[in-house]
Ligand binder design. Structure first.
Ligand code: NAD
Ligand code: TYD
Length: 350
């Protein structure tokens, strides 16, 4: 019997992981522990929230007594830790929020696991979900492997790197069983429209400018969120305690090429004249400390665990656009209220 706490389960990636585990493993009890910040949204899980093996706990990982209560109440056997402040641009404006949630919050969870599992670490696992951004920026060639030295450049990636180090340190010092995965940029349904792809989709729908930072030649390696969820499932069950896995789909795109592809697909789906959406592209001020290129070498997870992505980028993007077009109520809900303030501040009322 497993009682698995998934933190950040109401967020983008977390909601896909929760859905996969709740539906695929009826024998597991899944406890979604989430503070419901601006990025957390229970609408993401409306289809599974009455499943008998699913429970939601509105808890902040900074609240030590509440985290402790959840561990005791549910006799937690495993943690899959996704809760985080996740947006680089927000980290540039409010770095301390990232230190609190990403660093201190992770240490709080590690302490709870260490304390509550102290008698017996067998059949326990602390699975920490991290990012390729901890490795810093690549030049025009090469890939991040599991042994690439950490070189974080943004407050976000510095906070994630720090949390990775704490997880590994608890493994070394206290023998806490852990595994870490570092994934490339995700995209897909339920992605909050502060990140590039959903922001572009939302702006194309509402015929707003499409902001491209700097020269647009920054490169990201994109993975469909449902493929990230299956990778997490694979790694969780492989139980390679103490190991790190990089997750990615060998799918690099320069931002400007990605923006143009998305414009083309959106024009086709919306029945626009070709070129309609591209006319909205606007080059804007660059992000400070902007990492030039990320690219994951996902050989280890493929060779050792047999995982590989299931969809091509074109399929994944097409499914993603369809999801946003069919879920405009979701988009309206998340873009009302504080999103407008964020957007105006970030993009100078553009
Ligand atoms: P997200 O911002 O969409 O969701 C984060 C979730 O965490 C939200 O539901 C939020 O309510 C919750 N949360 C935030 N602070 C909390 C706190 N103090 N206590 C409890 N819950 C809190 O993030 P995401 O994009 O789904 O990313 C999830 C994880 O995956 C993060 O750890 C992120 O670093 C990592 N990751 C993301 C990507 C990506 O492309 N989005 C890529 C690689 C790794
Ligand atoms: P983002 O989705 O914020 O992910 P990350 O910074 O974690 O990689 O950004 C992806 C890329 O797109 C990154 O190079 C920054 C760029 N970008 C823009 O050009 N315009 C935008 O409005 C946003 C949000 C991002």
């Amino acid at each position: 019997m497993k009682n698995i706490v998934i933190t950040g389960g109401a967020g983008f990636i977390g909601s896909h992981v929760v859905r996969l585990f709740v539906t695929k493993y009826p024998q597991y009890k899944i406890i979604n522990l989430d503070a419901l910040t601006y990025a957390g949204n229970l609408e993401n899980l409306a289809d599974i929230d009455s499943m008998p093996n699913y429970t939601f706990e509105k808890v902040n990982i900074l609240d030590v007594p509440e985290v402790e209560r959840v561990f005791k109440q549910y006799q937690v056997t495993d943690v899959i830790h996704l809760a985080a402040e996740s947006h680089v641009d927000r980290s540039i404006h409010s770095p301390l929020d990232f230190v609190f949630t990403n660093v201190l919050g992770t240490v709080n969870l590690l302490n709870a696991a260490k304390k509550n599992w102290a008698d017996d670490f067998s059949d326990k696992l602390f699975y920490h979900i991290s990012t390729d951004e901890v490795y810093g920026a690549l030049g025009s060639t090469g890939f991040f492997t599991e042994t690439t030295p950490y070189h974080p450049n943004s407050p976000y990636s510095a906070s994630k790197a720090s949390s990775d180090h704490f997880v590994r340190a608890y493994g070394e010092t206290y023998e806490l069983p852990f595994v870490i995965s570092n994934c490339s940029n995700n995209y897909g349904p339920n992605h909050f429209p502060e990140k590039l792809i959903p922001l572009l989709i939302n702006n194309i729908i509402s015929k707003k400018a499409l902001p491209v930072y700097g020269d647009g030649l920054y490169t990201r390696d994109w993975l469909y969120v449902k493929d990230h969820a299956t990778a997490i499932d694979t790694i969780f069950h492989a139980k390679k305690v103490g190991e790190t896995f990089n997750i990615g789909g060998f799918n690099e795109w320069k931002n400007i090429d990605l923006v143009k592809l998305l414009c083309k697909l959106m024009d086709e789906k919306l029945g626009n004249q070709p070129g309609t959406s591209e006319a909205l592209i606007t080059f804007v001020k660059d992000r400070p400390g902007h990492d030039r290129r990320y690219a994951i070498d996902a050989t280890k997870i493929n060779r050792e665990l047999g995982w590989k992505p299931s969809v091509t980028f074109e399929q994944g993007l097409s499914e993603t656009i369809d999801w946003y077009l069919n879920n405009q109520e979701w988009l309206n809900h998340v873009t009302s209220g504080s999103y407008k303030d964020y957007y105006n501040k970030m993009y100078d009322n553009s």
